[in-house]
Design a protein. Structure first.
Length: 254
């Protein structure tokens, strides 16, 4: 495709478009029209336009060449340099600006990755691009019914992000913090988990407790935590109560 300026009417520029069937006239105004009439790099712009097709329904200039992830187009630049995304290349060819050097992005207002229509492009930060996505309801988590581990997103099991509309599974969220806190307690020697103890240490704890030693002294001798000792004692008491209750039930049946 090729643009040829043929005139102007007031604030509008008139371009004759070749390379897409019968030539037709294109009317544009503003900064885009001025850049198309006098681009920063005419040769680079011509290279881009040779692989572009205009979609009359949406107005998008769809890239017909090589693509990468998610359908973004790419075009080679100078030898030895990495290819550019076509929408960023279009911005550079027209305006001579590389927003990526300032930590900015060339974004789409049409949400079509392969579009390089300069009227559909704008420059913004990653946060602004994400806010635009969220405002349009295109966040990938918005339409999910279950989390990645299969838990349903019920009102009770959903933590809603008011900014993006994304949901977090409450079950997975709580489980994550339980694991993190337990790992921290283990690292600091404050773990309450008795399953980290070997059977030999458990038997030694019971023996020393039967001799009347206190939990702090046992913890120092065996290099375990007081919380683990208390957990073992309570677990043993619960087990003894259950065994006594079961024995009473058996005697009552007899």
């Amino acid at each position: 495709m090729r643009f040829e300026p043929v005139g102007a009417t007031g604030a509008q520029f008139i371009f004759k478009v070749y390379g897409q069937g019968k030539p037709f006239l294109l009317y544009r105004s503003g900064r885009v029209a001025e850049a198309l009439a006098k681009p920063h790099d005419q040769a680079f712009l011509d290279r881009i336009l040779t692989r572009v097709r205009i979609d009359n329904a949406s107005g998008c200039w769809l890239w017909q060449g090589s693509t990468v992830n998610f359908g973004y187009g790419q075009i080679s630049t100078k030898r030895g340099q990495s290819p550019m995304r076509t929408h960023a290349a279009m911005w550079f060819a027209l305006y001579g600006e590389r927003p990526s050097k300032d930590g900015l992005f060339v974004c789409h207002s049409c949400d079509v990755p392969g579009c390089c229509n300069p009227e559909h492009l704008w420059v913004g930060t990653a946060a602004q691009n994400n806010a635009d996505r969220d405002q349009k309801g295109r966040h990938p988590h918005v339409n999910m019914t279950h989390c990645f581990r299969g838990h349903e997103f019920t009102p009770e099991n959903s933590i809603l992000n008011k900014t993006s509309g994304a949901r977090t599974c409450r079950i997975c969220y709580n489980a994550f913090f339980r694991r993190r806190n337990e790992a921290k307690r283990i690292a600091e020697g404050r773990s309450r988990r008795a399953d980290l103890l070997t059977p030999e240490i458990k038997l030694e704890v019971y023996r020393l407790r039967s001799q009347g030693l206190s939990a702090p002294k046992i913890a120092t001798l065996l290099r375990i935590t007081k919380a683990q000792i208390h957990y073992l004692n309570h677990a043993r008491k619960r087990r003894d109560k259950k065994r006594a209750k079961d024995a009473e039930l058996r005697r009552a049946k007899v």
